[in-house]
Ligand binder design. Structure first.
Ligand code: FA5
Length: 332
């Protein structure tokens, strides 16, 4: 038995000393193949005294299993090393750098342009109460926007904000005029998605409240913004509209980038793309936040950031911004 234990030590040491995958395979053949040393040891069982046979067999079995395990371990170690080999003659691989999402590029442009005109950046929560989204904004109780068919409620009286106009109220209730802010952020509506509408989108709210603010200043501010963003030849138009929180109100359109104003399916044959709403802050809204509407006036606007980006980059379908398709994103 002592002889067998010594053999066992020698064999395992010999396998461990293999310096490569190929050498380990040679050891497998040497010890475990049909004519291998360990296999042949099994034939000696019959020559061992009957009282020692059981123990002899157990030691042999253990030796065979340990040798096999060791060989497998060493082979997998050497094959890993093999696959890690570095070929210094190969040309280097380009690492692909991350880049700005086109919507973030537009948000940056918005902040830069409006900052130059004296607007600072404000923000508010995306989950809002009905007070900030509807009541304080003079939204009548019957208004369809209050319904679950239009808005996404989280619980009773709490909903995902349908527009960034709630930031107007949050800004004005904090202090005294003058206020001159923009608030870029997300908005959510229970909306059927198509090429120009998504259920989650972004808006940039704007608000300027001071003594003697006029509609002419609103038009001038938006004209200046669009010309800086898209170039001096940009054509925009103001269409009379209704918003409960502004009076008078208008919608702002920019000429369609796809058909250059001729009319196409994207602009519903009108030649114009609706970018946002605007108007003079309704006196009731000012009074709701404790501002004297006899002393102060203000203008407000809300621009769709995806629509701004569609025009800037010539994107036909708003859904492309949210699909994270690298073929789309790598173009910017
Ligand atoms: C509003 O949301 C008003 N709060 C805008 C406003 C602010 C008016 C301040 C007056 C004063 P409207 O629902 O039209 O208005 O949305 C404004 C812009 O957001 C749209 O012109 C469009 O560019 C964008 N928008 C609206 N709904 C979606 C949508 N589902 N998907 C993508 N963009 C949208």
């Amino acid at each position: 038995m002592t002889g067998l234990l010594e053999k066992k030590k020698r064999i395992l040491d010999d396998i461990s000393a293999s310096a490569s995958f190929e050498e380990t395979e040679e050891k497998r053949i040497k010890y475990l193949s049909k004519k291998g040393e360990i296999t042949l040891l099994f034939e000696q069982i019959k020559t061992v005294l009957p009282e020692n046979r059981k123990e002899f067999g157990q030691v042999l079995n253990r030796l065979r299993n340990q040798a096999l395990e060791l060989i497998n371990e060493m082979k997998s170690k050497y094959s890993e090393v093999k696959s890690e080999k570095i070929d210094l003659t190969l040309p280097g691989r380009n690492t692909s750098a991350g880049r700005y999402h086109p919507l973030n590029m537009i948000k940056d442009d918005l902040k830069k342009i409006f900052n130059k005109m004296g607007f600072s950046v404000a923000s508010g929560p995306e989950v809002e109460t009905e007070y900030y989204i509807f009541d304080a904004l003079n939204m009548p109780s019957w208004h369809p926007a209050r319904k679950v068919t239009d808005s996404l409620y989280v619980e009773k009286d709490k909903l995902l904000r349908t527009e960034t106009s709630s930031v107007q109220i949050r800004t004005m209730e904090k202090g005294k005029p003058p206020f001159r802010i923009i608030a870029p952020g997300r908005a959510y509506r229970n909306e059927k998605e198509n090429a120009t509408h998504t259920a989650m989108f972004s808006q940039c709210e704007g608000l300027y409240v001071n003594k003697g603010v006029s509609f002419a200043e609103l038009k001038g501010t938006l004209k200046e913004f669009f010309r800086t963003l898209y170039g001096k030849d940009t054509i925009i138009r103001f269409r009379p509209h209704y918003f409960p929180f502004t009076e008078p109100s208008a919608e702002v359109d920019v000429s369609c980038f796809k058909c250059k104003g001729k009319g196409c399916p994207l602009c519903k044959m009108s030649g114009w793309l609706e970018i946002g709403g605007c108007g003079m802050v309704h006196p009731i809204v000012l009074e709701n936040v404790g501002i004297d509407s006899e002393e102060y006036t203000g203008f407000a606007f809300g621009l769709g950031i995806e629509r701004l980006a569609m025009l800037k980059f010539g994107v036909n379908d708003i859904r492309d911004f949210f699909e994270n398709d690298l073929r789309f994103l790598e173009q910017f």
